[in-house]
Ligand binder design. Structure first.
Ligand code: 8YV
Length: 321
């Protein structure tokens, strides 16, 4: 029997996922869940056939060039792959996969939570009750914005965007979207397509970001685009911090141009822009879009299926490079 492939697993994964990996491979686990720096990552990869990382490990062109020759694949435990330089991986013939589909429901739930939290001032309210500072009630107390009947603009109508549209319909919202390509009428489920992002912005009461952090999408929500939004609009981001220009968003929240923002992802996580914490009209979560037991297990299984295909010399389902 040939020796099992060595797999480097960079973070602590659910027990069932690690057990399944240990059955089929010679696994290098990280039981204390320590974050590896680039040098350590390269060193730990020595002799490994594949790496199973999270978005917390950065595979820059330099890191990829310096990976040992043994490394044939990076089977990500994430749908986003902006932490990997895909061109550099292709140049070295390293296969890269991700875990689409399985986190769409969980992430859409967090998008709904962010919309509700931002619109109904849930962060402020929770803080008030928790601190013991809640002293009175009046008709003007903690008045927010209602979601029912409002227009939701979705930027990026992929897997997550489509689930958000479905959930938001349950809230009586009217769905509009911008995407590189228009969906089929069946997939649109009555949503209105806007080929021009400006057109979407102009009519959105709520805007939810679901586009990947490709180089073209860096800082997509900038001052000009925020200016195009309706006054008092609410912005939520479950995609990546990189698609937002923080200076522009902070300025719009401070001036009241935007009523509120709900954010789960940030530039430079977890050391995010401190101004978001100082502003009242933000509802902030720590990148937990896919953090459910169900989804974590499903992400692990999806990464394992990709690994199994690669190890068997087959094309993996979720190849991105
Ligand atoms: C994951 C995510 O938890 O999959 C993604 O792209 O942003 C998260 O929800 C994380 O990336 C795990 O590596």
């Amino acid at each position: 029997m040939s020796a099992k492939h060595v797999i480097l697993v960079t973070r602590k994964l659910p027990d069932a996922v690690e057990e399944r990996l240990a059955r089929d491979y010679d696994v290098r686990l990280n039981p204390t869940d320590r974050l590896y720096g680039s040098e350590e990552l390269i060193k730990m990869s020595e002799g490994a056939f594949a790496i199973l990382p999270c978005h917390t490990e950065r595979f820059t062109a330099d890191v990829i060039q310096r990976l040992p020759d043994s490394v044939r694949a990076i089977a990500n435990f994430s749908v986003g792959v902006d932490h990997c330089d895909l061109e550099a991986a292709k140049a070295r013939g390293i296969i890269v996969t991700n875990t689409p589909d399985v986190l769409s429901d969980a992430t859409a739930e967090i998008a709904m939570l962010l919309m509700l939290g931002a619109a109904r001032r849930a962060g402020e309210g929770e803080q008030l009750v928790r601190s013991g500072d809640w002293k009175d009630w009046s008709p003007s107390f903690m008045v927010g914005t209602q979601m029912t009947g409002k227009r939701l603009g979705i930027v990026g109508m992929g897997r997550v965007g489509q689930v958000v549209a479905r959930r938001a319909r349950g809230f009586g919202m009217e769905i509009h979207y911008h995407n590189r390509t228009r969906l089929s009428a069946a997939a649109e489920e009555g949503a209105t397509y806007h080929g021009d992002l400006q057109d979407l912005l102009r009519l959105s009461d709520f805007l939810s970001l679901h586009c990947p952090a490709t180089p073209e999408n860096q800082g997509l929500l900038n001052a000009d685009r925020i200016a195009a939004l309706r006054d008092g609009a609410i912005v939520v981001n479950t995609a990546r911090g990189a698609v937002v220009d923080d200076d522009a968003l902070v300025a719009a929240l401070r001036s009241g141009k935007l009523a509120a923002a709900g954010l789960d992802v940030y530039n430079n996580e977890p050391d995010n822009d401190p101004r978001y914490r100082q502003i009242q009209n933000t509802f902030l979560l720590p990148h937990i879009g896919s953090a459910t037991r169900e989804t974590r297990n499903a992400m692990g299984n999806r990464a394992i299926e990709n690994l199994a295909d690669i190890a068997a010399g087959h094309e993996p389902n979720d190849r991105v490079a």
